[in-house]
Design a protein around this ligand. Sequence first.
Ligand SMILES: [Zn+2]
Length: 75
Amino acid sequence: MDRRLLDILVCPVCKSKLRYDAEANELICTVDRLAYPIKDDIPLMLESAARELAGTPSENVPATLVSQPRAGVSQ
Ligand SMILES: [Zn+2]
């Protein structure tokens, strides 16, 4: 994708600058947690075309997934 294009593109929802995810080929708005797809090098800057991102794993790990193994419990 053209880096100069990335410089002028903003999120249509919050007008923030976007981050280009080369691996997923998406433009990411970290404010709204939306990912805008890029089709044939043309970003689809539509809220309806964007997909919602899940929370960052390092920030939002559910407590159920970090439960400690119960070793050495004697009764
Ligand atoms: Zn946004």
